[in-house]
Design a protein around this ligand. Structure first.
Ligand SMILES: O=C(CO)[C@H](O)[C@H](O)COP(=O)(O)O
Length: 248
């Protein structure tokens, strides 16, 4: 799927990034290629006067290595476009994000972007959120087991199995003894579902209300469009400026 990820990342930059823009740079193995493309175009002079806001320390490092000018939301609180991957995309372009552990900064940046362009390979498309990828929830370290249990006991996420992320925060495979720590100093609980979340909107609202929860990986009503890349490198666009989502 590497070629597909690259195709989606490059297309998003080619279609949506223009000189003078403020651009949000996502996190993950697909967003990596969008950042790479921005770097290429700045170097060649095709893009000028760009300033970018990275959504993680990892992306910040990649961007700095490529010489991409950066700022923060403190300096620019309105973005022209943000480009980022996703872990699951349903036919309403409702997303699960946070597999790479960067959900809070991603949501903060993407919610203030005029256009949030999602880039995925076709394996991320799903009929309904839940079974294809666990839902990450960022929680404060203070009494984290308590918060984890409160989240898992919500009726809106009934049947889920909560797993505290350990080891490397940028993947949700249990790979360490210690809790994984986000760029913000928090922990992540991954909620595993064996069937679709009955109502993702209600689940999102209920989770967000819990004291001790920082944010969750449901990104609803945020995506402008989704660029879907296929194993042969071809792309289809769903959402505004594209087709009706064809999956589901
Ligand atoms: O939400 C994210 C990071 O927090 C990523 O965008 C998401 O996990 C997709 O990553 P990848 O493109 O590597 O599959």
């Amino acid at each position: 799927m590497e070629e597909a990820k690259k195709a989606a990342g490059y297309k998003a930059v080619d279609d949506h990034v223009r000189s003078g823009m403020v651009v949000g740079l996502g996190t993950g193995s697909t967003a990596y290629y969008a950042v790479e493309r921005v770097g290429q175009k700045l170097k060649s002079g095709e893009l000028k006067d760009l300033v970018c806001i990275p959504t993680s320390e990892k992306t910040k490092k990649q961007a700095l290595d490529l010489g991409i000018p950066l700022c923060t939301l403190n300096e620019k609180s309105k973005l022209d476009v943000a480009i980022d991957g996703a872990d699951a995309v349903d036919p309403k372009l409702c997303l699960i994000k946070g597999g790479g552990g960067a959900l809070l900064r991603e949501k903060m940046v993407e919610v203030v972007s005029d256009k949030f362009v999602v880039i995925v390979d076709s394996s991320k498309l799903c009929k309904g959120l839940g079974p294809s990828f666990p839902l990450p929830v960022e929680i404060t370290p203070f009494c984290h087991l308590h918060t984890m249990n409160v989240v898992a006991s919500l009726a809106e996420v009934e049947g889920c199995k909560p797993v505290l992320r350990t080891g490397d925060c940028s993947n949700n495979k249990p790979d360490g003894e210690e809790p994984a720590v986000t760029d913000n100093g928090n922990y992540i609980v991954d909620l595993h579902f064996s069937k679709e979340i009955a109502d993702a909107t209600k689940a999102a609202q209920a989770i967000k209300k819990i004291v001790g929860v920082v944010d969750h990986g449901i990104f609803e009503g945020m995506a402008y469009q989704c660029i879907v890349a296929f194993p042969d490198g071809s792309c289809r666009v769903a959402g505004k400026g594209g087709e009706e989502p064809w999956w589901g």
